[in-house]
Design a binder for this molecule. Sequence first.
Ligand code: ADP
Length: 527
Amino acid sequence: METALRPRWPQPMAWAAELLFALLYVLLDWASYLRPLVEGFNITPWNPQQALAVAFLVRRPSRAWVVFAAVGAAEVLVRGWPVDSLAPWAAAGALSLTFLAVARALGPEREDATLFDTRATLVRFAVAVTAGALAAAIGYVTILSSAEGSLGSSVGARILSYWVGDAVGLLVTLPLLLAAMNAAGRARLLETLGHPTMWLAAAFTCGGLWLVFGRGEQDYFKFFYVLMLPVAWCSVRFGVAGAVLSANLTQVGLIVAVQGTMQRDLTVFELQALMAASGVTALLLGVLVDERARAEAEARKSLRFSAAGQLAAGLAHELGQPLTAMNNYGEACRLLVDRQPEQREQLVAAMGRMLDEAGRAAQVARRLRDFFTNGAITIEVTDLGPLLDAAVREQQRAAGRAGVQLECAIDASLPPVWIDAVQIAVVVRNLLANAIEAAGAGEAPRVVALQATVHDAELHVAVLDSGAGVPAARLQVLFDAAHSAKSSGMGVGLSICRSIVEAHGGRLWAAPGPGGRFIFTLPVGNT
Ligand code: ADP
């Protein structure tokens, strides 16, 4: 069954691709058949052509007969089996069927996935190819050994060697082919290849190969671990793409070095078993690194969302006051026009205040947006006295409505401070509004007092009220967004106030009662 995920090729191109595959298969078989363990058997340390066959079947599962023809042709052309004997074709049948089973076990090719995206897919891959390679080894070696009449005690060793060579080919080469087959995988491989670190790792691998094989020593295992270092390094640095590229580089280097130095013996297979283990370890590391990178990206995205949510809630909170004021002034204007059309002056004054409130709302929105998007504050030398006076005046009417007396005690010798006046005004307004509300809900006498003093190079502004105060258990959580006790409020006022004060190098806290006690400091610098 063709996978429905990719468009079919036009017929001539499909044939050309199949022919190209068969040629490449025979060519790779010939190239890797340099040092067979048993003459006439394809038992070599590395069988990359097997990976090519599985990759081909992942994409074109209905073309198993092409693989069958290519494998049979390789047996005849590379290993000289007579074309009219049954053995090479029976072996080709066994191999192509196992390759097909492995391809099916890997699942349909996915356009969007760059290879293994989770540990589960990697484990499935490793199990499928190791079991597939074992099945291929048993089928291939038994068929050819019985055809040759040498089905004896050496069959077990032959199967083991074939299995190792085949499994290494699949475990190391197949991930590279699968990645190169889809556009996203290709892009990642090319991007990784373009990185200088990869080339540094390649140079390190060459150095490692020289250390293992170049010094004429026979104990090749002594320094093999050196070859694992660049593979692990690339996997940690570049994820699966780095793992796949560096494992293949090491594999090719290993085969070239082995061809140049070694006698035909089993040591090569033992080296290959090590290679297979380090290849799988590298893939596992790569998958873990990719998984972590994905999780970090997700976390960043959700953080951005929650910051945006906080900003939106903050804006809604801060704009509530001026919008209500504008609404009231608008109502007043309408009444004046309806009932007393001659009171032009009052009308102009109310509309002026409406415009002032609209300007203030726009300024608050802009400054808060700047503050929350890039932490920007527009600092200028400011006299805090007039700013505090203005904030108290603004709240006079609300205090009157709540039956609260508003007092103001500002130290006359307050030094000027470097602040973003709009943002600090937001803080003071918030504290005053909360205090008036709390005092209004409490017992008489209902009082709110704003005090500003200087202590040890710090300016202290305290907003005190005669309300119920804040229970000790809530003193800390009060400043977390979403901890409002009021059903109508957003609960972000105090958390925004604290962010603003801290951005100015100050502190904001709630002190234990009696009554409400909110205090913030601002550093007094050189002005
Ligand atoms: P909001 O006013 O929208 O609820 P705030 O962050 O300004 O958000 O306030 C959070 C909570 O802190 C309020 O719901 C209230 O319970 C408590 N609070 C704030 N100021 C005072 C105060 N002066 N006295 C008692 N409780 C207060």
